[in-house]
Design a protein around this ligand. Sequence first.
Ligand code: SF4
Ligand code: SF4
Length: 326
Amino acid sequence: MSRKPFVPDPRFTKLFPDVSGNTVNGLGETEVRRPSPFFWHPPSKHKFGALQKEVIDYQRVSPAIREHFSHEAPRGPKPIERAPVEVQRPAEEWSSQIKAFALAHEGDLVGITPMSEAYLYEGYELPHRWLIMIGVSMDHDELSQAPSTYENPAAAVEVARQYNRASRVCRELCNYILAQGFEATPWPGPFASALNMIPAAIAAGLGQLGKHGSMINRTWGSSFRLSAVSTDLPLVADGRDDFGSEDFCTRCQICTKACPPGALSDDKRMVRGVEKWYVDFDKCIPYFGEAMGCAICLAVCPWSKPGTAPRLAGKMLKRRERKSQP
Ligand code: SF4
Ligand code: SF4
């Protein structure tokens, strides 16, 4: 059945600046460089500020969404004073301890990667040596109600609710580290700041990049949100987790076919010197705005269906093992 073509609402398209979002993102550039501050950064830092404001204002018309993004929403404690003396422990011990702490304080995923310039937007510097990446799962029944509307904003509310949970985890963990005498800064979403979280979360072993431009985790699929803590606490890095979702994506077209404005492509694109799956920003954002954050591509991804990701990961790893046998 052919899909009715999506016609973008001028409410959003009229606010596009005189530059493509794909150009700002470095689509087609062959040199490796840091990403430019863009959507979800302070409007003064990029040319899409007016469009970003309209997307946010349109979402906040819904009282349920507004409530979850309000200043009263439960987003965790403020940073405490750093303790004057550092508690000395081996890096392995600290790593186990901070993971146990994050998982005991509402986190579902946690991984560690060394800080790299590659994870920082242009114009930002961070003095810390480590990034602790955190993931919190979303309720798939709520997410599956995407696209959100004023009458049924369930998916958008779930996204906001889980961003608040991710915020609580990183703020609690940050204070735990400060209480041990080490520097730490929490990085909650959804608004971006210094950190480009997806590449850091991939390096920390939280999952792989999917064709929909978001991550796929071997337990939660694409049904999770990120936050982070940067710190000087001595830690041990986790490795990447390759469980075969890249191969799966190569053969799957569920998200490309489900995306109403056709913003996803079956082919990888060159972006700032790296070939990867890419979301066409200019096509996605008007629909994203109208659908209050959209998330259709995350909801339809087969890895996101509860209980499916571990099974698919097992299948993909077995297939790889069979192929590697002589
Ligand atoms: S829907 Fe299919 S192609 Fe898209 S990210 Fe999920 S597995 Fe990959
Ligand atoms: S968020 Fe919506 S519009 Fe954007 S790529 Fe995903 S499905 Fe397409």
